[in-house]
Design a protein around this ligand. Structure first.
Ligand code: PEP
Ligand code: MG
Length: 734
């Protein structure tokens, strides 16, 4: 259809052919230009003088609406639609009906194709579909040279200059390498099937080879049972068997498209719909479908499994990435990942964490601003990337990366040294874990055990609530990996910023203070009981420590404890061995609980301070609000006084107290906590080494004496004083 000549000439010809084919009086093609503007590029039926003159913003008029919503629309009476805008220069007032479809490429709207008729007429579904198919051809024309490449560069005037782009950390760490642009989009050459009979069998064959490939991936050596890796790919394989998805593709093939074009069409529809969906879980699942579509096209084109020519130090740049796509890349070469989209719960981010690859997400415009082989620094520690950085920046980061590696090595060498202060006080360090990957480093960190196992993390990596058996397996795996070291299992702590994909809670004004954590599980006791049952079963008679999160008053603790007792009785009656030692505790995250300590301490074996939540509630200061991030400090006298009282109460009643929020992993904060009496701290794995080193260089007696006079000060924070103290007294705070 395209024929020869310049892209513009071909476009002019095509609009004529479409108008003729669809018996329309007008056919126009609008192309998206820099600045979110749709420009009339070619028309049959409107005034020629309007071409390259008529421009609409995305969202303006019916054409703008189609682009904004990325879906086809048809209007029998277009002129009376509230979004209709009148453009006299086009001479369009005599056309009553309008049908338009977005021109999509790679899931992005790059233009709009419109037909209009003088009479008021309803367009049929078939006509809409035809126009959509034609728009796929237009997409190649529009993207393939119609808009000058300079324009894309003009969008970002500094395209070839060094850039720093901020994003969101999806995994920490530093990586330096060359950009490899992930192109999931394989352009489909043949759209309409010459022999439609053979397309369906081709599709089925490709589908079955896709299924076998996923099975092989699942059976590969590094897919540990119970691992998040495996869950993600299992979910993904389930999607690959989704009858709705397969059915839609088969339908499109029956409508005359080639198998590739049908996959592409269903994929484009999904992608366009996705731009309308704000629910992060649904968006992520749609991403899995996108990944599958690309993979299926590879199978259809015989390009599945073809090795990519990757730079030795690859920084992968992608709009987004499916979990299996990430695993396709050679792990030895893959050093970092940068995504235009992405969220911490996306499957690829979970896998990247397990593979220890630094990841920055929501890095705006990276696909247009980074060229293949550009040098890129991923700074996962400071939420940024550097593109084409100057030599000085590269040198600085190489230094930082080396230092980081060196420090990690030197901490590892100290793992067996006792965590004891100079004056002989022992401090117990534990790790916070959620992914199996965290457990892998338990041994090499030298930590005593897991002080906080966040059970919600494996829940978040799944597509549905794991049943008792699955949970038993997960917790069993944790026991196994902990190799006899103690683990504190915290019951499901979801809500707030931790969204469980399959639980559609109503949006809340104030999620941090909303229906979350123990509030949910006490309102849904079956969920909590199942989890407790799985924990008892997984313990197989070994010690079991259970911790309830977000307890705000003692009655909640009693209710949770009652459910635990009932589950224990039930399991024992069924012959399960009783845990050798059962320890039950609570997080202290809600200040009110600290005012019921007498009653609380009678009931619990241990308390763990969740300082992330506690501090935000103490100051009534949202921990996620950047405008408040520097306003209050964890080392405020009020926080330390509050915690010191807690230490004393727990000591008097012989109840173990620990702290498992982020502050425990900051050497300077940890120093203050030890100074006020904490002896148990739980933190992220990488913090263990630095905190141990701090403890070993600390004279606790001297610090206690210094702190005694400090806590009554009116200061906003004691951080400066404590830092000065550390410096002057040779305490290694890194
Ligand atoms: C906390 O609030 O300090 C805590 C450890 O829990 P989370 O960060 O999982 O909310
Ligand atoms: Mg918390």
């Amino acid at each position: 259809m395209a024929g020869s000549g310049s892209a513009q000439e071909r476009l002019n010809r095509t609009v004529g052919l479409i108008a003729e084919g669809l018996k329309a009086d007008v056919c126009s093609c609008y192309v998206l230009r820099a600045g979110e503007v749709l420009e009339l590029f070619a028309t049959k039926g409107l005034l020629d003088s309007a071409v390259h003159a008529t421009r609409l913003r995305v969202g303006e008029g019916l054409v703008g609406l189609i682009a904004a919503q990325a879906r086809p629309m048809a209007f029998a009476d277009a002129q009376n639609h509230p979004s209709f805008v009148f453009r006299p220069e086009t001479g369009e007032e005599i056309y009553h009906s309008l049908m338009g479809v977005p021109i999509l490429r790679g899931g992005r709207v790059i233009g709009v194709l419109v037909v209009q008729n003088k009479t008021s007429r309803a367009y049929t579904d078939e006509e809409i579909e035809t126009l959509e198919t034609v728009a796929m051809v237009q997409a190649e024309l529009v993207a393939g040279g119609l808009v000058p490449k300079e324009e894309q560069i003009a969008i970002d005037g500094n395209a070839l200059l060094p850039l720093r782009i901020e994003g969101v950390r999806l995994n920490a760490g530093i990586a330096i390498g060359q950009a490899f642009i992930h192109r999931s989009q394989i352009s489909v050459q043949r759209l309409v099937a010459e022999d439609s009979e053979s397309e369906l069998p081709r599709f089925k064959e490709a589908l079955s080879s896709l299924h076998s490939q996923l099975d092989a991936l699942l059976n590969s050596a590094d897919m540990e049972a119970g691992g998040e890796h495996r869950d993600v790919i299992e979910t993904y394989r389930m999607f690959a068997q989704d009858a709705g998805w397969i059915g839609r593709i088969a339908e499109a093939i029956q409508g005359g498209l080639t198998a590739e074009a049908a996959v592409q069409k269903v994929h484009d529809d999904t992608r366009a719909r996705m731009s309308q969906v704000s629910d992060p879980y649904i968006r992520e699942r749609l991403l899995d479908f996108e990944d599958l579509a690309n993979r299926l096209i590879q199978h259809l084109s015989g390009r599945a499994g073809v090795a990519l020519n990757l730079p030795d130090d690859t920084i992968l740049i992608a709009r987004t990435l499916g979990p299996a796509e990430l695993l396709d890349y050679d792990r030895k070469k893959l050093k970092g990942l940068v995504l235009e989209e992405g969220s911490p719960t996306m499957h690829a981010a979970i896998i990247a964490r397990a593979l220890e690859i630094p990841v920055i997400g929501r890095a705006e415009g990276v696909l247009t601003r980074i060229e293949p082989m550009d040098q890129v620094i991923v700074d996962g520690d400071s939420n940024q990337i550097f593109v084409r950085p100057g030599e000085d920046i590269v040198t600085a980061f190489r230094g930082t990366a080396l230092l980081r590696a060196e420090r990690i090595r030197s901490y590892a060498a100290e793992k067996d040294l006792p965590t004891v202060t100079i004056d002989g006080t022992e401090v117990n360090l534990f790790v916070n874990a959620g992914l199996l990957a965290d457990l892998k480093f338990l041994e090499s960190s030298g930590a005593l055990g897991v002080g906080l196992y966040r059970t919600e993390i494996p829940f978040m990596a799944r597509h549905e609530l794991p049943d008792v058996e699955t949970q038993t397996q997960i917790y069993g795996k944790i026991y196994e990996m902990a190799q006899g070291k103690p683990v504190v299992f915290r019951t499901l702590d979801v809500g707030g910023d931790k969204v469980l994909p399959y639980w559609n809670g109503a949006p809340e004004e104030n999620p941090a203070m909303g229906w979350r954590s123990i509030r949910i599980t006490l309102d849904r006791p079956a969920v909590l009981r199942q989890q407790l049952r799985a924990l008892i079963r997984a313990a197989q008679g070994r010690d079991l420590s259970i911790m309830f999160p977000m307890i705000a008053d003692v009655s909640e603790m009693d209710k949770a404890r009652d459910l635990l007792d009932r589950e224990l009785a039930r399991e024992c009656a069924r012959g399960a061995p009783k845990p050798m030692r059962l320890r039950v505790g609570t997080m202290l995250e809600v200040p009110a609980l600290a005012f019921q300590l007498d009653a609380l301490l009678e009931r619990v074996d241990f308390i763990s301070v969740g300082s992330n939540d506690l501090v935000q509630f103490l100051f009534a200061s949202d921990r996620g609000n950047p405008r408040l991030s520097d306003r209050y400090d964890t080392l405020a006298p009020s926080v330390l006084v509050f915690l010191k009282r807690l230490v004393e109460a727990c000591r008097n009643r012989n109840v173990t107290l620990s702290l498992c929020g982020e502050m425990g992993g900051q050497p300077i904060d940890a120093m203050a906590l030890i100074g006020i009496g904490f002896r148990n701290l739980s933190m992220q794995v990488p913090a263990i080494g630095p905190v141990r080193r701090m403890v070993r260089s600390l004279d606790l007696g001297a610090l206690e004496a210094y702190l005694a006079g400090l806590l009554t000060r009116p200061d906003r924070s004691l951080r400066l004083q404590l830092k000065a103290y550390a410096r002057d007294h040779g305490v290694d705070i890194g």
